[in-house]
Design a protein around this ligand. Structure first.
Ligand code: WT7
Length: 710
């Protein structure tokens, strides 16, 4: 009796404690905060696919979509293996275990496997197999369009195969073996595709670093992946700006050396001044451009290719051997090397490309993303090539030499499927509609978007002005980690709503959970998780499986957590509301606020920094930084400049902060956690703070409002 009373008292005490805890915001408990959907944006008007798109499409009705979707969920092994069988497998996978997985940490190690035991080669599948089985040899794989409108070239599948085999042999000659990591830091040129496919052919793991990253970022990625071979180029013009890639690469090699990692070989493509190397130019002559050169490491691409054989037997790899890794930002200061494997990623890339863009044999497909991001990996190289597609590979930027560059190219090449980011759309809609409509864009059938939520206004402009009210708009929601689209309309089937990514792709089971990880049904807002694995999901964080488990599977047990919040409407359509973690999205670039903070605190005058996103008309979010300076340090223009420079140096120019504000003190909980929710309000000049009872010192907030910058 007595004892039971004690237990009851103890239970009450714990429950009280629990209540006190949960009265603090969800932010304090989980480190997450949901952005709420602006209900004014949720318009249920349906935009049906046009008849022209519907009649030729792979999936031409919602009934058909539902039938396939249900199959993919009720028997994923059958669904995905019948697709996988359309590709070339040197040896079949074990039919009894098409896939196996554990998504729940309570059951031990998290893992996902698809087609294990099957032997294949992705490079063979996108080249040799397409050429042999589908007769694609003479098809143009890529129309390359230079930054300078005077530059262009094209390459067929057969020609590409020759170059890929040669470069695969070059890599082998440099000692690159199966499983070795190769860093690639290149402009948007065909040789970038050659380099990645050459890696895939010999089983080397490519680690592509976007050309906008700084020497520090490149070095850190090479050290983390232990990439002893680097492939780069002399430089590239982006718009009118020249970027000296080789110089940045050289600095990165030095930085690696300082951290006791030596880069063995740097293969340098001469990409600049093409007209000067045409014709007779000898390799020696090509060296004229005055690049810094280190004879013990550097070799020219053209020199090593000259003597390489154009035959290269592919390495037959297990479906679960790694294909590539790609770094992406998360909640900590250190980017994660997201690792994808051969079989599952490839099958998923091929399938999502085919259905989300409703690929047809005569299509000219154009994804404007950089190959340095996952979008380029999946929807410039692997997805399109797995379907023998003809794509545009564009080196330049949307507004150079004029604001109608995209539309000029669409018209010239009769692009049928176009894929870009909301940021680009918002930038281009600022110019006159005439800059679009003066071009004949009647070839377009589907115009997709990716990277961030698209606001209804931009959606309508895209649909009406670019798409002439007849194109489908696949708003494709996905992530580096998912390998391919996970929520997207299908062009011939799904009625669209302006601003919604609509419904799940085959094999995807989205769920919304509350902060306790409980599934919420029906019309609701919550944390977006995915139940059950699909072939394209990442397999691990390179070199840190614990981090893979804790980042994606710890918070909500039994689910993969995307990091995003979402609203599901009465029709089951998903509306992504953006990242709920400490990741911000600036112009579709994913930036970890912790990475920026650690760059800022490297400045000798800074003791503490906190970075938040502030809604921005064009860029989705702009980066707003709060810094606390050391006693006696003066906050002035010089410090601001130095801080911005610091971030450019540490991460790259695309991550330059928009605003740096002086914060003599930051808002913290009693346990010392910075309350970012409050900082977001300050950045937005919104005094509607909600519950601030957990704030240790409320006078801090007033001071922040006084110092804020518009
Ligand atoms: C984050 C992933 C994979 C594409 C390029 C970015 C946001 C992506 C959408 C969309 C709303 C989107 C999410 C996601 N995102 N597509 N259609 N609607 N948000 O890849 O760098 O891995 O970033 O981009 O916040 O988590 P990433």
């Amino acid at each position: 009796m007595h004892k039971q009373g004690a237990i009851a008292r103890y239970r009450r005490k714990m429950a009280d404690k629990q209540r006190r805890r949960s009265s603090e915001s969800a932010e304090v408990e989980t480190g997450l905060s949901l952005h709420h959907i602006d209900k004014a944006h949720v318009n249920h008007t349906l935009f049906e696919p046009s008849k022209a798109v519907r009649v030729e499409s792979h999936v031409s009705s919602m009934e058909e979509y539902r039938r396939l979707y249900d199959q993919s969920i009720s028997d994923p092994a059958l669904f995905w293996s019948s697709i996988a069988k359309q590709f070339y497998w040197k040896e079949p996978w074990n039919d009894a275990t098409v896939h196996s997985y554990n998504f729940d940490r309570r059951n031990g190690k998290i893992f996902v496997e698809w087609f294990k035991g099957g032997k294949t080669n992705v490079c063979y599948n996108v080249l040799d197999h397409q050429i042999k089985a589908k007769g694609s040899g003479d098809r143009v794989a890529f129309y390359w369009v230079g930054n300078d409108p005077a530059h262009s070239r094209s390459i067929t599948y057969s020609e590409l195969l020759v170059d890929v085999c040669k470069f695969a042999n070059v890599l082998k000659a440099q000692g690159v073996k199966k499983g070795d990591r190769v860093a690639i830091y290149m402009p948007m040129v065909i040789e970038l595709v050659v380099a990645m496919l050459a890696c895939a052919r010999i089983g080397a793991v490519h680690s592509i670093v976007f050309g906008g990253f700084s020497a520090d970022s490149l070095a850190n990625r090479m050290i983390d992946a232990k990439s002893a071979v680097l492939v780069t180029a002399d430089g590239v013009y982006r718009g009118s700006k020249l970027i000296h890639l080789k110089e940045i690469a050289d600095q990165a090699v030095e930085k690696c050396k300082a951290k006791e990692f030596s880069v063995r070989r740097c293969i340098v493509l001469q990409s600049l001044k093409k007209e000067e190397v045409k014709g007779e130019a000898s390799p020696a002559k090509r060296r004229h451009i005055g690049l810094p050169w280190n004879d013990s490491i550097d070799v020219w691409w053209a020199d090593v290719m000259e003597t390489a054989s154009d035959e290269c037997e592919p390495e037959w790899l297990d479906a679960e051997d790694p294909l590539f890794m790609l770094y992406t930002s998360g909640s900590t200061g250190k980017p994660k090397g997201v690792l994808h494997t051969n079989g599952g990623y490839f099958v998923y890339a091929a399938t999502t490309f085919k259905y989300s863009f409703d690929h047809q044999p005569n299509d000219v497909f154009w994804c404007t993303a950089d190959i340095g991001w996952i979008t380029g990996h999946t929807y410039i190289t692997y997805g399109p090539m797995a379907n023998s597609a003809t794509s545009i590979l564009f080196e330049g930027v949307p507004t150079y030499p004029q604001c109608d560059r995209f539309w000029t190219i669409c018209e010239e090449y009769k692009v049928t499927k176009f894929y870009t980011a909301p940021t680009a759309i918002r930038t281009l809609m600022k110019f006159s509609d005439e800059s679009v409509t003066k071009h004949d864009l009647s070839s377009l059938k589907a115009i997709g978007t990716v990277g961030e939520p698209i606001n209804p206004e931009a959606w309508h402009w895209y649909y009406n002005v670019v798409g002439g009210k007849r194109c489908s708009v696949p708003d494709t929601y996905w992530q580096t980690e998912t390998g391919g689209h996970v929520i997207t309309p299908l062009p011939g089937a799904t009625p669209m709503k302006a601003g919604s990514a609509t419904l799940p792709f085959f094999g995807i089971q989205p769920v919304l959970v509350d902060k306790n990880g409980i599934e919420i049904e029906g019309e609701a807002e919550g944390y977006l998780c995915l139940k059950k694995p699909w072939p394209g999901i990442m397999r691990t964080v390179y070199g840190d499986h614990d981090r893979f488990e804790s980042t994606y599977f710890d918070l909500f047990k039994g689910y993969y957590f995307t990091g995003d919040g979402a609203f599901r409407d009465r029709d089951g359509y998903y509306w992504i509301t953006g990242r709920a973690d400490d990741v911000i999205n600036v112009s579709g670039h994913r930036i970890g606020t912790a990475e920026v903070e650690s760059a800022l605190v490297e400045h000798p005058s800074v003791v503490e920094a906190a970075v938040v996103g502030r809604p921005h008309e064009v860029k989705t979010e702009s980066m707003y930084c709060f810094v606390t300076l050391k006693q006696g340090a003066v906050f002035d223009e010089t410090v601001i400049k130095e801080l911005k420079l610091k971030v450019r140096e540490k991460i790259g120019p695309f991550a330059t902060p928009d605003v740096v504000q002086n914060a003599p003190a930051l808002p913290k909980t009693r346990s010392g956690k910075i309350m970012r929710r409050i900082l977001r309000k300050v950045a937005q000049n919104d005094r509607n703070m909600g519950d601030v009872s957990t704030l240790a010192d409320s006078s801090v907030v007033e001071e922040l409002f006084t110092n804020r910058i518009d």
